[in-house]
Design a protein around this ligand. Structure first.
Ligand SMILES: Nc1nc2c(ncn2[C@@H]2O[C@H](COP(=O)(O)OP(=O)(O)OP(=O)(O)O)[C@@H](O)[C@H]2O)c(=O)[nH]1
Ligand SMILES: [Mg+2]
Ligand SMILES: [Mg+2]
Length: 290
């Protein structure tokens, strides 16, 4: 078949490698989730079950793809950071992007009933995906700061907006008008004065988004020094270039494998709702930007 007269069409498939040695951010976002959330009666402004389902699907992706070290989720989107050295699918952009988007979507549908036992899926949800390449840790820090700042801005707006509508009895048009031109401190004040809500006491999941981080559980055990073989310890002058027996060689390679495994630290994926804009989060995890 390879040599058939049709095979030339293969040449139209162009390679799409992502620049080596760069950080990769893969972001997906729910397609038309304004409609999806309405039809599936998501709670406004934040549906905790919907957000937990997003977190579950994102964790599944991280369990499957070990080169993802960090993920951040808000609303209908999730961003994933792949380590600089990743050679996942030979860094082929469309392969990584399509496979990860598809896997996340399948996981979202797969776990739907655990989070919405009484809400049948009315139609299949879909997500779009993209990959952006970043040259240095500075842009990665700024990228995640950008997403978390976005979470804050949207959540503050949505919280006061829906309070005005649901508790204040305003129409959506009037609520938008009441908020037009207001700055952050005014929104905090409106929330507190009109509804007795202290914004800083709202669930951190809504204010900070979801952070899934691959943390190192324990330090790797340093590799053992090879034990002297009886021959070398007795003879003392055995040269490294001297031929060794097959049994000795296989024992040696077994030991090398064991040592290699021991140098790999155990990791655990933790779900946090903390600040990732300040240095503290990153200073505690230098491995994320290595
Ligand atoms: N009620 C409710 N709606 C949510 C929640 N999370 C996300 N949404 C909805 O999902 C939308 C996500 O925004 P976008 O991604 O910008 O818009 P979209 O409708 O998905 O459109 P595209 O992404 O362009 O396809 C929000 O505007 C909300 O309507 C939630 O927790 N509760
Ligand atoms: Mg969307
Ligand atoms: Mg979105």
């Amino acid at each position: 078949m390879a040599g058939s007269k049709y095979a030339y069409v293969r040449n139209f498939e162009l390679p799409d490698p992502l620049l080596p040695g760069t950080f990769l951010i893969f972001r997906l976002d729910g397609h038309s989730f304004h409609r999806f959330s309405t039809e599936h009666q998501f709670t406004k402004p934040n549906d905790v079950q919907a957000l937990m389902l997003m977190d579950h699907a994102a964790r599944d992706v991280m369990e499957e793809y070990k080169d993802i070290v960090l993920a951040f989720g808000e609303s209908d989107e999730y961003s994933f950071l792949l380590r600089k050295s990743t050679s996942l699918y030979n860094r082929r952009e469309s392969k990584i992007c399509s496979t990860l988007t598809s896997y996340f979507t399948s996981c979202y549908v797969f776990h739907w009933r655990e989070y919405f036992p009484d809400v049948p899926l009315l139609y299949p949800p879909s997500f779009d995906g993209r990959i952006v390449v970043y040259p240095s840790s500075r842009e990665i820090r700024d990228y995640f700061s950008w997403r978390q700042a976005d979470t804050h801005i949207n959540n503050l707006y949505n919280t006061i907006f829906w309070a005005l509508v649901q508790q204040g009895g305003k129409t959506t048009t009037d609520a938008h008008a009441a908020l037009r031109g207001t700055v952050s401190s005014q929104k905090h004040e409106m929330l507190f004065k009109s509804f007795g809500v202290n914004y800083n006491e709202i669930d951190a999941r809504f204010r900070k988004g979801s952070i899934l981080v691959r943390d190192i559980e324990d330090e790797p055990t340093p590799p053992e020094l090879p034990e002297p073989t009886p021959a070398s310890s007795t003879a003392g002058n055995q040269s490294h270039s001297e031929p060794t027996s097959a049994a000795e060689t296989s024992q040696k390679s077994l030991k090398q494998k064991k040592n290699k495994a021991q140098t790999k630290a155990k990791t655990k994926i933790n779900l946090l709702h903390c600040d990732i804009i300040k240095d503290e989060f990153w200073d505690a995890r230098p491995h994320l930007l290595e």
